[in-house]
Write a protein that binds this ligand. Structure first.
Ligand SMILES: C[S@@+](CC[C@H](N)C(=O)[O-])C[C@H]1O[C@@H](n2cnc3c(N)ncnc32)[C@H](O)[C@@H]1O
Length: 356
């Protein structure tokens, strides 16, 4: 019997491959190598000039052995984040083209904000996924508080954490916002209200592409100065109004188009429906609503990032979750919207659009 099982196992092992299991299971090693590099601003350092391992070690004040510096840098080479000429003592390291574009902090295209936040916050909080699944409770800074969205109040007590969160949001959404303003015709909507607009990045993108549109960026009061500063730096002070308020408690300013980037997914189903109703009631006839999120495919098989983001919402908010276009259609139709459509943006993100 034992011999039979062993033969059977050998045959199965010849056709199956465990690499997916191992790659994902040990994925935190690779993840942490990249996140640590971003934290050390390695790619910003190498954007200026190629350096040897010894020079990198000195610049970053590393105290580990030379061997481990080579290991760390060569891991990044093997993963395609760095390029290298020479080997060990003779090696010169430089950024790969995409790393240089997206992870040099001195470039406008920098999108490492989300990775900085992943390293400083999410990495620790995701260690409690088991507890989240067992209890259904949020596992972040406001773990011991009650209530949805309390987490922002907690996070924004720290100015550095507020700025880091803003940078993380605009970093992860940049490509999506740029794609949305290119694909969707904003010209039909003279006034755009971005609810939960963070540092105003979507409003800025809209205004840069549509010279006649006025925007309102609406977010919690502690966010207003950060948004105002960024909007002023783009010379758009007269075109984007910053409004501080609570999207649950306060009325919305009137607008022809209302947008929400990664807002609905942070709420439980009741609050989602309540907010969508408020959007509908605020819009004029012919108005539209756009949610920019990692919309999960209706069959819930393809958009792994969207599904993981939904688990991230368990970590962040407890009862919040990401959703499919079918879900969005159900909620928006219940509020009174006539039709919906999906516009794929960058990577796993789409715009779910509802027309009044
Ligand atoms: C996940 S971020 C999304 C930011 C931005 N829309 C984007 O797509 O990157 C959620 C935003 O909603 C804001 N927010 C959370 N609760 C809010 C509330 N009750 N009223 C107004 N804004 C709120 C947060 O301050 C934050 O800027």
């Amino acid at each position: 019997m034992l011999a039979e099982t062993t033969t059977e196992n050998t045959q199965v092992a010849a056709t199956l491959n465990p690499s997916k299991i191992m790659q994902t299971g040990m994925g935190f090693w690779a993840s942490k190598v990249l996140l640590t590099s971003v934290k050390f601003e390695l790619f910003t350092l190498l954007a200026a000039q190629p350096l040897s391992a010894r020079e990198i070690k000195q610049h970053l004040s590393l105290n580990c052995s030379d061997r481990h510096v080579y290991d760390w840098l060569d891991t990044l080479v093997s993963m395609g984040f760095l390029e290298r000429k020479g080997l060990l003592e003779t090696a010169l390291y430089s950024n790969a083209e995409d790393t240089d574009f997206f992870l040099d902090k001195k470039k406008g295209s920098y999108m490492g904000g989300i990775l900085e936040m992943a390293n400083n916050r999410l990495y620790q909080h995701w260690n409690h996924l088991e507890e989240g699944l067992l209890t259904g409770k949020q596992q972040n800074e406001s773990k011991d508080n009650k209530g949805n969205m309390d987490f922002f109040e907690e996070l924004y007590k720290d100015e550095r954490a507020l700025q880091e969160f803003m940078d993380a949001m605009s970093g992860i959404q940049s490509g999506n916002f740029m794609s949305l303003v290119k694909q969707f015709d904003f010209n039909q909507y003279p006034t755009v209200l971005d609810v939960g607009g963070a540092d105003g990045w979507l409003s800025i993108q809209v205004c840069l592409n549509y010279p006649d549109i006025q925007c309102i960026s609406f977010d919690l009061p502690p966010v207003s100065p950060v948004a105002q500063k960024k909007i002023d730096s783009f010379g758009l002070t007269n075109r984007i109004k910053v409004v501080g308020g609570d999207f649950i408690k306060d009325p919305f300013p009137k607008a022809d188009l209302i947008t929400m980037g990664n807002i609905l997914h942070g709420l439980n189903e009741n609050l989602k429906q309540q907010l969508i109703q408020k959007v509908y009631d605020t819009l004029p006839e012919g108005g539209a609503f756009i949610a920019i999120e990692n919309i999960i495919d209706n069959e819930r098989r393809q958009n792994t990032f969207g599904l993981l983001m939904s688990l991230n919402m368990l970590i962040e908010n407890g009862d919040a979750f990401d959703y499919t276009l079918n879900d969005f259609e159900k909620w928006t139709k219940a509020a009174g919207f006539k039709k919906v459509e999906l516009m794929p943006l960058a990577g796993p993100t789409s715009a779910a659009i509802a027309y009044k």
